[in-house]
Design a protein. Structure first.
Length: 395
């Protein structure tokens, strides 16, 4: 029964995570756009209004205003945006536990780097996540908070350090995913510990007939802006498990840094283009350049596992290696305790299937080195090189 329930739980959690993430990202993008699009309005008599905006959508007209601190009285209905963030993080963490902690020996542990039990790997992973929030929050409370650009640069370097360190102890896939969780946790914690509490204090002051502290709104606004810039990098990372050329690269931490930087440049481009009339096309060009450099760097690294010659590698040798290291899972009826069906529906028990899926085998076994999962069968680098040589010879 467990083997039937877990895949469904995985799918349900992923679906919930994606739905909540779309809602959270959408509201973040919208409110940053709204802030950058507000302009002083002619005829406005309320001195507390910082700006206004007219918009049309779905056949209707909308008139929006933003107050510098708060209106002079509490409206009857006040909408809050928080559950999108909480649901995204809770569903994401549940997925992390289900996929990477319960099956750490398959997806998280790389015994060639550090031999860990499931519990040890889970504990270490959560320690990294907690350390990420503590460091980020400390930076935001330090004098660096007065300079967003400098704070962002320091946080970027810290994340790069986390990516490097995680890649030394976990599998490439697990390391990259944990970088994403560190960022996502910082974003959700911003909402839970800073943004919502500050908004509650502002509302409480108004209900008590007191003037709200402007510093509360400024701090919440700063954390919200941070979240906006971290969004695209975290979305990239959360989909990275589909791209072994990224997480399987020995320099995945550097690739993440370059691609993450391009995501922040893209976000800055969209943020600024609505703020003033300056041409920010150079930001988009810079992002494209970073992506191109990362692609070139990734491709150049794929040569490290190619042997000089494939003359001595026969299909019979490859078939034996596949049978030894792959068919315990990739069979019509897997013998591995963790699977009741072949992963991704891939069956490698006959010659035609092996040849037809040579490119997929190459990516997973030779490039990404994530198969066999957790290297349970003890495949060697020489054996990976043999498979790689055979596949290259087929081209």
């Amino acid at each position: 029964m467990e083997l039937d329930i877990i895949p469904w739980a995985n799918m349900a959690l992923r679906w919930l995570h994606v739905i909540a993430g779309i809602a959270w990202i959408g509201s973040s993008f919208y409110f940053i756009w709204l802030d950058n699009s507000l302009r002083p309005e002619k005829g406005e008599t309320d001195e507390g209004v910082a700006g206004a905006l007219w918009a049309v959508h779905g056949g209707g007209f909308y008139h929006k205003k933003k107050y510098r601190v708060a209106p002079d009285h509490m409206p009857d209905t006040l909408h809050w945006f928080k559950w999108e963030a909480y649901t995204t993080w809770l569903s994401g963490f549940a997925l992390l536990v289900l996929m990477y902690y319960m099956s750490a020996n398959l997806y998280l542990v790389d015994k060639a780097k550090l031999a860990l039990s499931n519990w040890q790997a889970a504990g270490l992973g959560m320690a990294f996540i907690a350390a990420g929030w503590i460091l980020y929050n400390s930076l935001c409370r330090s004098p660096l908070r007065r300079n967003d650009a400098l704070l962002g640069a320091v946080w970027f370097v810290v994340l790069l350090g986390f990516a490097f360190a995680l890649n030394r102890v976990f599998s490439g896939r697990g390391a990259v995913m944990h970088v994403g969780v560190i960022i996502g946790t910082a974003m959700a914690a911003n909402v839970f510990f800073i943004i919502i509490p500050n908004q509650r204090k502002t509302v409480a002051a108004m209900l008590a007939g007191e003037a709200p502290d402007p510093a509360l709104g400024l701090a919440a606004k700063q954390r919200s802006l941070h979240n906006n810039y971290m969004t695209l990098p975290v979305v990239l990372i959360m989909t990275s498990n589909h791209y072994p050329m990224l997480f399987g690269n020995p320099y995945n931490w550097a690739l993440l840094g370059g691609l993450g930087l391009s995501g922040m440049l893209i976000r800055h481009f969209f943020n600024r283009r609505h703020h003033d009339d300056v041409n920010y096309g150079w930001l988009a060009a810079g992002a494209a350049m970073f992506i191109a450099v990362m692609i070139f760097a990734s491709i150049s690294q794929t040569g490290f596992h190619k042997p000089a010659s494939a003359d001595d590698v026969s299909f019979a040798q490859v078939r034996t290696l596949i049978k030894t290291h792959c068919t315990m899972c990739h069979a019509q009826n897997p013998s591995h305790d963790g699977f009741d069906a072949p992963p991704a529906g891939l069956v490698l028990t006959d010659d035609a299937a092996i040849k037809a899926n040579a490119a997929r085998i190459y990516q997973q076994v030779v490039v990404a080195k994530i198969m066999p999962l957790g290297n349970e069968t003890g495949i060697t680098e020489a054996e990976r090189a043999q498979i790689g040589a055979w596949v290259q010879a087929q081209k």
